[in-house]
Design a protein around this ligand. Structure first.
Ligand code: GCU
Length: 600
């Protein structure tokens, strides 16, 4: 065997050994709830990275960070002197050459740590798009798939005193069996897109809790608290000082404590988004929260908030700050987007099509805006491929665990624009609807369809899946993708025997702000006037929609999508915003705002 063959042979042995060693790396844990109230050390900042478009870092085992010992040693990779990227942040907008990258970027973060007896240490990620492989001190810690939900690893046994080296391989390649799959109409921002924290807890800690009103109740809370660690059976308390509430109980041998209590809550609503300071205590841990109490239910075709009929005046939002043309990730991004929504007259935001960052959900709750949370089960999902429903279930658990105490969240949406004709779809959506009700029976669930018939100016809504959901959500683009087949005010709707609320979860059309080219009554003018007319016609048609309980125009602001190729009007942007990418109000904005003003 000559020298080169020997080198290749050793590398191959090394590679397969490492694959063997890490054959079943730890799958990420669902993250503990309410990280903000924990003992955290932020790892946010500028991280050295290696951009690896040809994906050689894996077989080079870059996470091992070898150092040259012998004079002949050299390594064709290192984080020393490497480019720096901001965390949290998408990598695509931080360097022009990364704009269209769908591939691998290796991130490194060194941190110092002092190991303490009786303490646990976790590494927590708010989200990483899409697959994250995490290494600590040269060894694989674990992996996570899914770009929009938090995850953590318990690194107590892997961390060492002093300097520690964390390496994260991030890959945002689209996967056929991914959630979402390969085709979706938003920008595939890759990277460590949300906060990264070290979390120190006592050996036994409060991992999760649920403190909300029981279904159909305006004053009775059905709560539980989950302890994790070695000492599971403990005294557990919930305190709400403002209401003089101090409830105690013992957790069982699985660490689960159930508590229930009554009180005269000032109920949370858009007009008075009341939140209470809530303290969750165990013998070894204390977590403080701000929680509101409200009931949400349906009664036939109506949606009731705190027992009263409410019409959902919604708008769709992507997790993007159009003015920065980058991923939205901060409190100020959330404030910008939600302030626009409030200005439009909304009492609800549909966070499309994936769980947005926690700042967004908590800010909405504070501002009195109800939230529609959704997992990215989007259009063409390989439902019948082994492992796919498991991924859906994991994303659902991660979303609900993070947001279940947010009273602002009233709807869990489990899919968008899937088709009863797709193999395995019906079973997958039935199964996940049942799982969702088990995880949280207090909120409404929906799934969004767009396979209604539209003939002879009649819309026929039929999808067997709606039998398993509380709300019928329909996307319709009459006036844009589907030209009107008659007068909008004469458009009829038929719901096949569903006495359930209907939400038009998407409608609208495109316009480039200020575009004045060509006759404005032609779609190809991309003019504000054409979009405005679509909204005028739609609001005419709404009178005919049975059980109409809510609306969500598509979309608050223009957003980036590389599938939008029209070189003059789109340039990689979906222009269906009511606002331009600079926050300028298009004519249609005023039609929608006026329509919402008239709904009391
Ligand atoms: C679909 C889809 C959106 C998409 C929109 C559009 O209905 O749900 O994600 O952006 O249509 O075509 O603009």
């Amino acid at each position: 065997m000559n020298k080169i063959q020997k080198v290749v042979f050793c590398l191959l042995i090394g590679f397969s050994m490492s694959m063997l060693l890490n054959a079943n790396p730890l799958i990420a844990q669902t993250a503990m709830t309410n990280v903000a109230s924990r003992h955290t050390t932020s790892l946010n900042g500028m991280w050295p990275v290696m951009i690896d478009p040809t994906d050689v870092g894996e077989w080079r085992q870059v996470w091992k960070e070898p150092v040259a010992v012998r004079k002949t040693d050299f390594f064709e990779y290192s984080f020393e002197g490497a480019t720096l990227l901001r965390v949290p942040g998408d990598f695509n907008t931080q360097m022009p050459e990364l704009t269209y990258l769908e591939g691998t970027v290796w991130y490194k973060k060194a941190f110092t740590c002092e190991k303490k007896t009786g303490k646990r240490l976790f590494i927590h990620f708010g989200a990483v798009n899409y697959v994250a492989d995490v290494y600590l001190n040269g060894r694989k810690t674990g992996s996570h798939e899914g770009g929009f939900t938090p995850f953590q690893f318990d690194i107590t046994d892997q961390v060492k005193n002093g300097e520690n080296n964390l390496v994260v391989k991030v890959n945002n390649k689209r996967l056929k069996n991914g959630i979402p799959g390969v085709g979706y109409d938003w920008f595939n921002y890759g990277g460590i897109t949300r906060d990264v924290n070290l979390i120190e807890t006592n050996d036994s800690y409060i991992d999760d809790y649920f403190i909300q009103l029981k279904k159909h109740s305006l004053n009775e809370v059905g709560a539980w608290v989950k302890i994790k660690g070695s000492h599971l059976s403990q005294q557990v308390s919930i305190l709400i000082p403002e209401l003089g509430i101090h409830i105690n109980t013992m957790s069982n041998n699985d660490g689960l404590a159930r508590l229930q209590f009554k009180s005269g809550f000032k109920l949370w609503s858009p007009s008075s988004p009341k939140l209470y300071k809530v303290i969750v205590q165990s013998e070894t841990d204390t977590v403080t929260e701000e929680i509101g109490f409200r009931s949400i239910e349906t009664k036939g075709p109506k949606i009731l908030l705190n027992g009263k009929h409410v019409f959902l005046k919604g708008v769709n939002i992507h997790e993007e700050n159009p003015i920065k043309a980058a991923k939205a990730l901060s409190d100020s991004d959330a404030l910008q987007l939600l302030t626009w929504a409030k200005e439009l007259g909304c009492n609800l935001v549909r966070l499309a099509h994936y769980p947005h960052n926690e700042y967004m959900v908590r800010m909405a709750e504070k501002m009195g805006i109800m939230v529609w949370d959704e997992i990215p089960v989007y259009q063409h999902i390989e439902f019948s491929t082994p492992g796919v429903s498991g991924k859906m279930s994991t994303m659902l658990q991660e979303m609900i665990k993070r947001d279940r105490n947010r009273c602002g969240v009233i709807i869990w949406s489990l899919a968008n624009e899937t088709y009863t004709t797709t193999p395995g779809r019906d079973k997958a959506l039935i199964d996940i609807s049942k799982e969702c009700r088990q995880l949280d029976s207090t909120r409404l669930i929906t799934t969004v369809t767009c396979n209604q018939g539209y003939e002879n100016n009649n819309v026929n809504v039929w999808d067997p899946i709606f039998n398993y959901y509380d709300i019928i959500s329909v996307n319709e683009y009459i006036g844009w993708y589907a030209p009107w087949q008659g007068k909008p005010e004469a458009t009829t709707w038929k719901l096949v025997n569903y006495d359930k609320p209907v939400i038009l979860s998407e409608f609208g059309g495109e316009a480039l702000y200020g575009s004045k080219v060509g006759p404005t009554d032609e779609a190809n003018s991309w003019s504000e006037e054409y979009q405005e007319q679509i909204y005028k016609d739609q609001t005419e048609m709404f009178k005919n929609v049975p059980n109409l309980a809510g609306l969500c125009p598509w979309i608050l602001a223009d957003f980036r999508s590389l599938s939008r190729l029209q070189p003059v009007y789109q340039k990689g942007w979906n222009r269906k915003g009511l606002l331009s990418d600079k926050g300028e109000k298009k004519k249609a904005w005023f039609v929608m705002k006026k329509y919402y003003e008239n709904i009391k």
